[in-house]
Design a protein around this ligand. Structure first.
Ligand SMILES: [Zn+2]
Length: 69
């Protein structure tokens, strides 16, 4: 038996940084993103229909709760 078989590294859809997802547990709060910042950044992309945020440095204004652990 391998406990590791229930753990997966999921890439954030926004920044690509891997975060851990444990099978059987509730999905991470910001799934499929690593943080609220990435979630909101992706939403903004959808609303604007274009990528205007090219670097993480430009996301600082959206760093409200920075749940990056
Ligand atoms: Zn991310």
């Amino acid at each position: 038996m391998s406990a590791d078989s229930t753990r997966f590294a999921m890439p954030c859809r926004m920044c690509g940084r891997p975060f851990l997802y444990v099978k059987g547990n509730p999905l991470p709060k910001h799934f499929p993103f690593c943080s609220r910042r990435c979630k909101m950044a992706d939403l903004d992309n959808w609303l604007s229909e274009r990528y205007v945020l090219s670097t993480e440095g430009e996301l600082t204004e959206a760093n409200e709760d920075g749940a990056e652990d």
